[in-house]
Design a protein around this ligand. Structure first.
Ligand code: ADP
Ligand code: MG
Length: 237
């Protein structure tokens, strides 16, 4: 398996917020982690990204144990809820920013940046400043900035939650398209059942720091494994 998470536990002080998390992921898969606010989705993503240490367990990516590798050395890119773009910088400079810390010449960085802009259909935007862009365009720039360093795994934490309803629907199609174009294994965290069902190959449903069910949208919908699954999935129907 491409990603293997085993017996992962995370405590904050005496409080356990993730209990015995086990799952695997295939290459190129789009996996959604779905669950209500406070169930531990962001903490799980932060553990995989290297922004939190584990209290127990292991995370292997392509056979390599990640848990002792510092965040900046993991082949993993995270897009946070608030994209963290530099508002005063141009689109192109935002996109190539991450290459500053790699062995890449300025010339090559600019070439790669232009290629990414093309893939994201943002040609003609390179000299614009972030504050001139719409929310959806900023989202695409944030994705571009993550993808330019060629990560093996992309982590998206509620990437659409700052967008209005109409844009959320079109952006989720776009994220799916970009994910397929780059063929990159992606974990998409959301509290929105409809979003997860629309975008994901497979869904992990979380409840209070535990995985309550895993499967395709169809499997979860047709065979909710617990009263929690049933209630949570039923909510927005
Ligand atoms: P979600 O992303 O699903 O809304 P989080 O992963 O943010 O959930 O939070 C899960 C639980 O962990 C919550 O009870 C939250 O208060 C707690 N938590 C998250 N980060 C910390 C922290 N740094 N210190 C203490 N508790 C935390
Ligand atoms: Mg969260």
């Amino acid at each position: 398996m491409f990603l293997t998470v085993e017996q992962l536990r995370k405590d904050f002080g005496s409080k356990t917020v993730l209990h015995d998390i086990n799952f695997t992921m295939a290459e190129g898969e789009l996996l959604s982690i779905l669950g209500p606010s406070g169930c531990g989705k962001s903490t799980l993503l932060r553990c995989i990204g290297g922004f939190e240490s584990l209290s127990n367990g292991s995370i292997k990516l392509d056979g390599e144990e990640l848990s002792s590798v510092p965040a900046e050395d993991r082949p993993v890119a995270t897009v946070f809820q608030t994209y963290g773009l530099f508002p005063h910088m141009t689109v192109l400079n935002n996109i190539i920013y991450g290459l500053k810390f790699k062995q890449v010449s300025k010339k090559e960085a600019i070439e790669r940046g232009r290629d990414i802009l093309k893939l994201l259909e943002l040609e003609g935007y390179q000299h614009k400043r972030i504050q001139e862009l719409s929310g959806g365009e900023q989202q695409r720039v944030a994705l571009g900035r993550s993808l330019i360093v060629k990560p093996q795994l992309l982590l998206l934490d509620e990437p659409l939650s700052n967008l209005d309803e109409r844009l959320r629907v079109s952006m989720r199609e776009e994220i799916k398209k970009i994910q397929q174009k780059f063929n990159i294994a992606t974990i998409f965290v959301t509290h929105d059942q409809e979003e997860a069902f629309a975008i994901a190959d497979r869904i992990i449903l979380m409840e209070s720091g535990r995985i309550s069910q895993m499967g395709t949208a169809e499997e979860i919908y047709n065979h909710p494994a617990s009263s929690f699954s049933l209630a949570f999935i039923g909510q927005s129907n």
